[in-house]
Write a protein that binds this ligand. Structure first.
Ligand code: NAP
Length: 391
């Protein structure tokens, strides 16, 4: 695993804690060791771990430490042996305590008013995908980027019971599309399939939403979810892997990072890291929020990168449909190097089917550095840097 320290600033005093297993020292393999190294020493330390046959299982920012003198890292652990449970405990638990959850429950939902509903698709696109916005004024329904909201569609099911709620990823920032802090937007594809009898079936809630008129009252619950929260760190790197409407939370993150109005609202969050979106779509006409994404590319070329997998227009190296995991394979070494930076977070949202291919690509990249991807991914998950919400 290699980490670029090119962006390391003079006087950069970031420290990292590396948890390593199976180091060979004085002819004996140790169990778990913990190293504390400076940002400058990180690459050399990772190489040393490899040379000593060790396995990196965790890499997290060290709290409350200052940079050690710039010396080559020794193979002697500089900290006491880890207590694995403490080492693995995510630091962010406290930070999430103020994230709102379940402010409105199904028995007493918030009644929002639709203020907009338009198609996100270009001409010749497959199916229907709409951007739908609701006014939330007059209540206490609020949320942060990466959460989901429940929608209870009007009407009853086949048994005459009220419909149950369906969850949708929120596509707007906490400020809402109009930046007034009292609205929410969703990105909804109308579910459509043929049942065993060959009849065309349309999703209850997705059809209700795609057909909805401004002014309609809709019952909302939540918000829910802490899996997909964006780190507050303005220097974080954020890798996003989305298929179709799985782009919803990423649209919110990217607006928070790069939209001019949003940046003006968030003096405490002036994103300076790297954001890299991988987007899977069946056709170019099905790409979502393209205008916004292109404007971010123009304005922030050093900070935003956008890689598309257009399955029915592009071919992968084996001649099959180009999927997001093929793009991950293409860039696996680069992604893997970015992941070595403790400031990097990965977000996966959309079809569950993309996950095995992503793991396969990362396994190969990890193997080149004698690393075990399964263990590393678990460590990333524990450090709250690997975020997955797939259906
Ligand atoms: P879509 O527009 O149909 O695009 C999906 C893309 O993924 C297409 O290019 C499709 O290719 C491709 N694809 C199909 N199988 C794949 C596989 N095994 N691996 C990688 N790519 C694959 O997408 P959509 O209808 O909006 O669907 C998005 C999915 O995300 C839905 O299942 C939705 O429920 C889910 N979703 C989840 C969340 C969440 O968990 N929070 C939020 C939003 C959406 P081809 O069709 O050309 O084969």
């Amino acid at each position: 695993m290699r980490v670029s320290t090119a962006s390391s600033r003079p006087g950069d005093n970031r420290m990292y804690e590396l948890e390593v297993q199976n180091l060979i020292g004085k002819g004996v393999r140790r169990g778990v060791s913990v190293w504390q190294v400076s940002h400058r020493q990180l690459n050399a330390s990772l190489r040393r771990i490899n040379q000593l046959g060790g396995r990196l299982v965790r890499i997290t920012p060290a709290q409350g430490h200052h940079e050690a003198p710039a010396a080559a890292p020794s193979d002697t652990p500089v900290a006491t042996p880890a207590t694995p449970a403490a080492a693995a405990k995510p630091r962010a638990a406290k930070a999430h305590a103020d994230v709102p959850v379940n402010l409105y429950k199904p028995k007493d939902p918030f009644v929002a008013t639709v203020v907009g509903n338009y198609s996100l698709l270009g001409e010749g696109a497959i199916g229907r995908v709409n951007h739908i916005s609701f006014d939330l004024s007059g209540g206490n329904l609020h949320y942060v980027e990466g959460q989901s909201i429940g929608v209870i569609p009007d009407g009853e099911d086949a048994k005459g019971k009220p419909h149950k709620l369906r969850l949708y990823s929120i596509a707007s920032t906490r400020h809402g599309d109009n930046l007034e802090g009292s609205s929410i937007s969703l990105c909804v594809r109308q579910l459509e399939y043929k049942n065993e009898a060959g009849e065309q079936i349309y999703g209850v809630c997705s059809s209700f939403l795609c057909d909805i008129e401004p002014g309609t009252k809709v019952k909302l619950t939540g918000p829910v979810g802490k899996e997909m929260l964006l780190p507050p760190d303005e220097d974080a790197n954020v890798i996003m892997l989305a298929t179709g409407t799985g782009i919803a939370p990423m649209r919110a993150y990217l607006r928070r990072m790069f939209d001019g109005g949003e940046r003006a609202q968030n003096p405490e969050y002036q994103f300076r890291g790297k954001a890299w979106l991988f987007m899977g779509s069946p056709t170019s006409a099905n790409l979502l929020y393209e205008n916004d994404l292109n404007s971010y590319l123009e304005e922030y070329p050093e900070h935003f990168r956008y890689t598309k997998a257009i399955s029915r227009e592009q071919k992968n190296p084996s001649g099959g449909r180009m999927y997001i995991q093929d793009r991950v394979t293409e860039h696996a070494d680069e992604i893997f190097a970015l992941i070595a930076d403790p400031k990097t977070h990965v977000y996966i949202c959309g079809l569950r089917g993309m996950e095995p291919g992503i793991d396969e690509a990362m396994t190969a990249a990890a193997a080149k550095c004698d690393q075990n991807w399964t263990e590393l991914r678990q460590a990333l998950k524990k450090a709250e840097r690997w975020h997955v919400e797939t259906y």
